[in-house]
Design a protein around this ligand. Structure first.
Ligand SMILES: Nc1nc2c(c(=O)[nH]1)N[C@H]1C(S)=C(S)[C@@H](COP(=O)(O)O)O[C@H]1N2
Ligand SMILES: [Mo]
Length: 331
């Protein structure tokens, strides 16, 4: 494996990191890095408590009263349906651990969290209504006039569900109470909150973000991050690196770390993970490192062989890519 160019590494902290990149070899840069840019490690729980779960929406948190709420299933159906909250709670439910990530999440970013969701498979609800043969897309409408769609194929897969519980309690208002879509493997955009209507249409539907040029597919890209140490820290000796890797719905088969800017890649230890739809935590014990300055990066591969690319992409139009890289000093 050839050495990665510096351009192919993403730096952690905006302006300061850019400055470091351009004058990386100078003592002054080292001084600046050590003095000002060191950030503490992230210590993440594997399941994100609801109060810490990231929140993103276009148009503010919607307040929905269950008493005034019901969910119509309309459009190209044999039998239009309207389900109350009580109807939905009575249906057979499934529970899955699913990590959610915003399409706007940087490779080193915070817009990703993991929860256990309970709800009703969308396919059960669609089958209740009965599908016309011409259905192409299932449109998910939210109380904020937000909408997005998934293909009928995807919708009929049993892992797509309408969730009413998050980590064992009713959805908090900011996460979509009373009902939201959970679509494993697809960025947050299609995990519509505050559902008000499910509509079946015969064409390729363009939702809120698609009308602004964002992806209509939304497949999550393989990504990994270094959470400990934070960037620009000085280690005093042996150190346990840690972080996460995430692939959407395929699980993670391998995470590798480089301590020398990409010349040599070393497999790290993956922690047991109960769900293919969740992030995977990894660890690497670096024993007796020699004093110096190190360019550290990680890369992940999922269970269907998709590898994290070093190609740097901005969020628009279909999500970020690149490698998360940090500078680490050893004294
Ligand atoms: N109704 C509605 N649902 C929405 C959105 C929105 O703006 N309105 N934003 C989406 C986006 S971009 C993301 S990343 C996820 C975030 O879900 P969370 O706030 O529960 O983490 O909600 C999605 N569902
Ligand atoms: Mo998002």
């Amino acid at each position: 494996m050839s050495s990665l160019s510096r351009r192919s590494f993403l730096q952690y902290a905006g302006a300061g990191a850019a400055m470091l990149l351009t004058s990386e070899k100078s003592e002054a840069a080292n001084f600046i890095a050590k003095k000002f840019l060191a950030l503490p490690p992230r210590k993440l729980p594997f399941i994100t408590p609801n109060k810490d779960f990231y929140i993103v929406q276009c148009c503010g948190v919607q307040k929905v009263e269950v008493a005034n709420w019901s969910l119509p299933i309309t459009g190209l159906v044999k039998q239009p349906l309207r389900l109350t909250y009580a109807d939905i709670l009575k249906m057979p439910s499934i529970e899955k651990m699913v990590t959610l990530q915003c399409i706007d999440n940087e490779v080193s970013g915070e817009l990703i969290s993991n929860a256990v969701w309970r709800g009703v498979p969308l396919s059960d609800i669609l089958n209740k209504a009965g599908l016309s043969p011409s259905v192409a897309d299932v449109v998910l409408h939210g109380a904020d006039d937000y909408s997005d769609s998934i293909t009928l194929d995807r919708a009929m897969n049993y892992d797509v569900f309408l969730a009413y519980h998050m980590n064992g309690v009713p959805l908090p208002p900011e996460h979509g109470f009373p009902l939201r879509a959970v679509v494993p493997g697809i960025y947050g955009i299609k995990n519509v909150k505050w559902l008000t209507k499910i509509e079946l249409v015969g064409h390729d539907y363009q939702g809120y973000w698609q009308k602004k040029g964002w992806t209509d597919e939304g497949t999550i890209k393989v990504k990994s991050r270094i959470d400990a140490p934070g960037p620009y820290n000085t280690l005093k000796g042996s150190y346990r690196f840690s972080g996460y890797a995430f692939s959407g719905y395929n699980g993670i088969s391998r995470v590798e770390i480089t301590l020398d800017g990409g010349t040599r890649w070393i497999p790290v230890k993956l922690k047991p993970t109960p769900s293919h739809y969740s992030w995977v935590f990894w660890e690497y014990f670096w024993k007796d490192p020699k004093p110096g300055k190190y360019q550290v990066a990680v890369r992940a591969t999922d269970n269907i062989g998709r590898s994290q690319t070093d190609f740097i992409a901005r969020p628009f139009p279909d999500g970020t890519s690149g490698l998360h890289s940090i500078v680490t000093f050893v004294e």
